[in-house]
Design a binder for this molecule. Sequence first.
Ligand SMILES: Cc1cc2nc3c(=O)[nH]c(=O)nc-3n(C[C@H](O)[C@H](O)[C@H](O)COP(=O)(O)OP(=O)(O)OC[C@H]3O[C@@H](n4cnc5c(N)ncnc54)[C@H](O)[C@@H]3O)c2cc1C
Length: 410
Amino acid sequence: MTETADVVIIGSGIVGSSVAYHLAEQGCTNVLVIEREAHQGKGSTGKSMGGVRAQFSTAVNIQMSRYSIDFFSRFDEVVGHPADYRPHGYLFCATNERHLEYLKANQERQTSMGVKNVELVSREEIAKFVPQLRVDDIVGGTFCPTDGFVDPHSVMMGFMLNARARGVRLWLDTAVTGIDVEPTLTRTAGASPASGVSDIQPSHHPTGRLTGVMTTRGFVSTPIVVNAAGPWAAEVALMAGAELPVEPLRRQLVPTEPFDGLPQRFPMVIDMSTGFHFRREGKGILLAWNDPEETSGFKTDFDPSFVEKILTHAAYRVPALAEAEVNPRRAWAGLYEMTPDHHAIIGRAPNIEGLYFANGFSGHGVMHSPASGRITADLILHGCSNVIDASQLSVDRFAEGRLLDETAVL
Ligand SMILES: Cc1cc2nc3c(=O)[nH]c(=O)nc-3n(C[C@H](O)[C@H](O)[C@H](O)COP(=O)(O)OP(=O)(O)OC[C@H]3O[C@@H](n4cnc5c(N)ncnc54)[C@H](O)[C@@H]3O)c2cc1C
């Protein structure tokens, strides 16, 4: 017997799990999530730094964060599982007037979008957060106390466990190998069936209607597929003949060994002069820096030469970190799913009826997972969402030249 589902979700990372939860929560439970790995979280979700912040520069990202951070603050109660949301804040530090003006403009936009707790902070105030920070070249910054961290694995599992309790099915160890699209045919004006000449022509919009997916467990019949395949999203889109501008980009994180030269609790600190940022992770410190020389591709090996590069930035901003011990074998690399304008792509594929994208989070997929899941479910079930005007994030924006440029990418 052919397996059937009202909705198939490809990928069980934090985004696929959130879409499953939000569909089920609105009563759509005949949903099948298909994951090729034996366990959830083997993609980008398990590699994430877990940062959540509302301090963005574009209205749509601020709206997505506002919805999501409010959701994280209620996650344990609403979803019934822990998110480990820790509102320790994000502290952006500027070392020149241009960056400070940029932070001030962002703060005004954030306030106008309802995020009213972002404060401008002086050098002296910054030094109070982390007394070990080198501040002589810092001219000011911004701090938002409800920014902070979640446990990405826990959020993903919470969404999925809740969805499964409502009837959603999860197939692990099963890869989607193809997407079946039936060409959409239209009758040409003027021709008549009596003429004996075929008057049925493929139309251009849409070019097809989705009928199901091929998997390593057999065919699944479904009218709706959500692409939640993270960095592999473009490959999955191509299975349906759709183009999706999502590219994998390696990001590397370096944890220190236990280190008590910094406070037990302090915000995520971002040095805007280099992009170096760090936060406490258990007894150690988690160091992050996006190497501008990194090139796109499916590279997931940690490069040991990265340790020296990041420690140079770390020791400059926090001289005490020069004493921290690092074991490169505990460091790791993962993939960001980048789009040309660093914003997610959410919504229908233009030429394939039934195909939806929830992709391209460009480093923000964990923090925006509540909003993304809700918006995708809303679009499937109602055709629109009241969280944001979702047309802004549609893939059509690239063909139509409606790019949204986010500059606050870490
Ligand atoms: C080092 C690093 C740090 C990060 N830090 C942050 C941060 O601080 N805050 C933040 O918000 N975000 C951060 N991110 C980004 C975030 O992790 C991602 O945006 C997010 O996890 C994307 O989730 P996802 O569910 O879309 O993708 P994934 O977690 O990659 O899940 C996709 C799933 O699809 C499955 N799949 C793919 N193809 C198929 C197929 N054909 N058939 C079946 N299954 C398939 C994969 O196996 C995978 O499990 C970070 C990322 C990295 C790498």
